[in-house]
Design a protein around this ligand. Structure first.
Ligand SMILES: C[S@@+](CC[C@H](N)C(=O)[O-])C[C@H]1O[C@@H](n2cnc3c(N)ncnc32)[C@H](O)[C@@H]1O
Length: 347
């Protein structure tokens, strides 16, 4: 009986070739020792990885299959694997807080990001969420990401290129404010999905409503309940959206060993909240149960409370951002070199 292996060997999808095959020069490799301590290195011919516990020669890994357990100069063993997307986004150069993998997974599913979708996003920050969105829409989709700070855009560009081994054909990175520039790039009623991760998503609600197709989805990721409340009221006040739904995701790891089976002692307890709504057809109004009037207007005092400092946003120095941008570019250049030289068959 003939077997169809084509689906498992689609090397034409952007980034697929650098996810498979033996280790090559330019690959990012995650080394984990027996105590689960991790280091991520970029393989280079003639390169060495030094720790106080010996030296690992990169050439010993180049050409080996992924999953190899390798021994360094003093007998320390490491298991060597390419980082998965979830590992990469937590180890890549960054300037702003990234969307954690647990939330990125929820965004992809709850906002129904589909292959071929036309998606807009802001801000880009370090590009973690852009990577997940590009993975989900694929080469035939369209992602336009807005970022108003140039240094962040540079970091994100480097990280996306490292992940995919070069530029992604579905990605357009636009420097500027989404609320001001969206209309210049995306015609009204043409965008399938909109994803907002920024301090003040309510400032973008009107522009997003204009760009979305009827039935389109907007999803916002916010860190605090005060932001959640304000964006919910902005979506309602706009009048072009369904009643918003809000939720958060908690993931608790488990320790499973023999009879010692219990939740991990530590967990990431809070990252952010997600709120989503659908675009109604023009001329239709939101259906929601009638409620007694409650305070939904924000006072001047409330407005003044939404400063970056009040919301706990870290002020990242320009120097740190420039360093992260340089690191991201260096990694992207190495990944591109690898993509150029790689034999797609992995042989
Ligand atoms: C928390 S970061 C985004 C992180 C990103 N989602 C990730 O996973 O790496 C927020 C970013 O939004 C940008 N930003 C804020 N408001 C914006 C707007 N209206 N238009 C474009 N970018 C904006 C900021 O400069 C900042 O880089």
């Amino acid at each position: 009986m003939a077997s169809d292996t084509s689906a498992s060997h689609d090397e034409t999808a952007t980034g697929a070739h650098n996810r498979r095959g033996p280790f090559r020069s330019g690959d990012r490799v995650q080394l984990t020792d027996e105590r689960r301590r991790m280091n991520t290195i970029t393989l280079e011919e003639g390169g060495e990885f030094h720790t106080h516990r010996g030296v690992l020669v990169h050439d010993d890994l180049i050409g080996q299959p992924e999953g190899t357990v390798i021994t360094n100069s003093v007998g320390v063993q490491y298991q060597a694997l390419r980082p998965l997307l979830k590992d990469f986004v937590l180890s890549m150069p960054r300037g702003a807080a990234v969307v954690y993998p647990k939330d990125a997974g929820q965004i992809i599913t709850m906002a129904d990001i589909f292959p071929g979708a036309r998606v807009i996003e802001a801000g880009v920050g370090s590009g973690a969420l852009s990577i997940s969105l590009l993975r989900a829409i694929g080469d035939t989709g369209h992602l336009r990401s807005f970022e108003r700070r140039e240094e962040f855009a540079e970091i994100a560009q480097g990280n996306v290129e490292t992940m995919f081994g070069g530029p992604h054909p579905a990605w357009n990175l636009t420097l500027g404010d989404l609320a001001e520039q969206l209309g210049e790039y995306e015609a009204p009623g043409t965008v399938d999905r909109a994803v907002l991760d920024m301090l003040a998503p309510w400032e973008c609600v009107s522009a997003v409503a204009t760009a979305l197709v009827p039935g389109g989805v907007v999803i916002c990721y916010v860190a605090t309940v005060t932001q959640l409340s304000r964006v919910a009221e902005a979506l309602r006040a706009d009048g072009r959206f369904t009643e918003p739904e809000s939720f958060e995701t908690m993931v608790r790891g488990w320790h499973v060993e023999g009879l010692a089976v219990r939740p991990d002692h530590r967990m990431v307890a809070h990252t952010g909240f997600l709120i989503s709504a659908r675009r109604l057809a023009d001329g239709s109004g939101r259906l929601a149960p009638k409620r007694r009037a409650s305070k939904t207007e924000f006072t001047e005092e409330d407005m003044n409370a939404w400063t970056p400092m009040a919301l706990g946003e870290r002020n990242v120095s320009d120097r740190k951002l420039r360093r992260a941008a340089r690191d991201a570019r260096k990694l992207a250049d190495r990944a591109a070199y690898q993509g150029h030289d790689a034999d797609p068959s992995g042989d």
